[in-house]
Design a protein around this ligand. Sequence first.
Ligand SMILES: [Zn+2]
Length: 251
Amino acid sequence: MPLVATDAIVLHVFDYLETSRIFKLATRELGVQSVLARGARRSSGRFGSALDLFAEGVAQLDVRPGRDMQTLTGFEVVRSRPALASDLARFTAAAAVSECVQRVVTEDHAPVAYEIAQRVFDALTTADGPAVVSTTLGGLWQLVAELGFAPNLEDCAACHTPVAADGPASFSHAAGGVLCASCASRAPGARRLPATARIAIQRWMSRDDSPVPSESEGRAHQRLLREFLGHHVTDTRTMKAWAAWERGEWR
Ligand SMILES: [Zn+2]
């Protein structure tokens, strides 16, 4: 099998045996790949001394179809993002994004998911305070939309009646979006979503800008997105990095 060169971002890294490392990479062409870097702990030569969490560059992979783990033969680091590791709020947010990408991205969505991850990690390197949560929520909602699960926010998710944009609306994870008053009355478990929250999600998904909610609104958004992911995308109960991010363990 030929060597493949692909843009890649390090999502996870751990030591393996005495001399090697295993990386989880988000790649632009091949989705998420587990790769073994033999000798990576011994010398920085082929892999560069800056090959660490959230670093980005060009990975050389020896790809064998059907294997769970591929071989990393080289990595040229273009961007190392040390600012993510040096700040706990940024780190827990980036780790939650990383965990989410590992869980949900397939080869079909690889190029767009890669660009979303790249954009979020870049934005997080300079984000502070509530902007950290906002930036992260924006990227994750864009990922949800790319996967085809964008929630209905303008029309009723059940009957497609327009729902007034300027007031609160019922939001049903099961239905996949807001509900009109009539459908909401028959939907147990729907939660009330203020107009500002609905607009924020729309703005995040549109990628035009990144609204910055207050700390308590940010927490409500984290919970809403986790519940939504759990209904439509993946089992969120085992997402440890997400749990740390949502608990705000940097505070
Ligand atoms: Zn309806």
